[in-house]
Ligand binder design. Sequence first.
Ligand SMILES: Nc1ncnc2c1ncn2[C@@H]1O[C@H](COP(=O)(O)OP(=O)(O)OP(=O)(O)O)[C@@H](O)[C@H]1O
Length: 449
Amino acid sequence: MDPPPKTWSIHMRSEITAKYEVLNRVGSGAYADVYRAIRLSDGASVALKEVHDSQSASREIEALRLLKGSRNVVVLHEFFWREDEDAVLVLEFLGTDLAAVIGEGDGVGVGEIKGWMVQALSAVDECHRNMIVHRDLKPSNFLVSDDGVLKLGDFGQARILVESGFNAPQENPPPYEDDTSNAESSTQHSESISQLVNLNQTAYENPNLGTLSHEEYFRVLDEMKTKSYSYDTDKDTNIYDGNTSCLATCTTSDIDDDLCKGSFTYEAEEVGGNELGCLTSCVGTRWFQAPELLYGSTDYGLEVDLWSLGCVFAELLTLKPLFPGTSDVDQLSRIVSVLGNIDEETWPGCHKLPDYGSISFGEVENPSGLEACMPNCTPDEVSLVKRLIFYDPAKRATAMELLQDKYFSEEPLPVPISEYNEVDSDSALEEFGTLNITTTGSDLSIQIP
Ligand SMILES: Nc1ncnc2c1ncn2[C@@H]1O[C@H](COP(=O)(O)OP(=O)(O)OP(=O)(O)O)[C@@H](O)[C@H]1O
């Protein structure tokens, strides 16, 4: 076989080629090119993610460092970042993802689907315990290793939420000026990154959010549902957008965008300037976007991920996207036709959403309901999705609450990870016991026997 062309920009990065042999490009996203490579020191397979947007790169590094050691989150081995060059993240290589699993069609058994769901919930729970909102949950961002371990990746849009009262930094973090090709500058680089990390760990180590008992975890999450939080501000923006929501700025341009792919990833520009405490609504991929984002909210919470997870679960169960909108307005319209009218009864506080007054739909007398979108699913499967797909963010179940749903402790049981490559029917599940979820302090342990 011919050697790969040595024309990619990554081949010009001597500090990288000294340690890795770049094999081929495996993917390109909105902000990044990803290459498969071999680590020369030990032959390990890695993914080199060359991120073309510095904000996205720092977010991904920041989140992955906080989540280090989480079983269901992709491992960041190291990163390279020099002034005037794109950051390159060295990640563990994962051969496939949930989008491919869904693409396989009917061959996936119920136990296997439950196994994916448990791992996805575990990943999201881990993020949310660390106050990290991923903001771009979709099947292709749940990567899967050869031995069936699901790992959440693509944290380029992630943010770390900071409790109200925390003093958000007034300055942007220092630029990454190091040269990672030598040890000394590499240390400087680590320090500049750790300033970011420490900053956000302040939130994590907050007495209210630090070591949590099981009960405290629920209490804090409940509080988060009712209490107004401020966030580390999306202030390092390229384009000042003031209070203008994504919906207001994107509706004309995004219609028909990328219809082949059928979904659309928003630009990373944040609501900004001096608007401390605001988040942008321009995040995520439309089909999985929570209604509060579609209505331009800038003070949303972890619950946006829970909506997305509901859409992912529905798609895993039906093999079809739940709400495949072709524009933001079409997206909302599809949701309304299924869930019914959005009003103060169904969603307390909805009238305060920035775009609530500018987008209205005709009265839906007979919403079709989620059952109609999931025709071949069992009542338990529909119920599980229903626990996530609520207009009112406060009503969405947390990842940990869902992990304890009886759906996961009833037959067929979630397939153990080690069996993924072998199981092709639910009948192979009889040998498995009950899903064992334990919480010790802040640790959540899920044993799939
Ligand atoms: N760790 C990895 N191992 C193998 N392939 C990966 C890995 N990370 C990413 N990829 C591949 O690269 C593609 C793009 O990566 P990623 O989604 O992280 O970039 P992005 O630019 O942020 O994408 P998006 O436009 O979906 O937000 C993925 O769809 C996947 O195919």
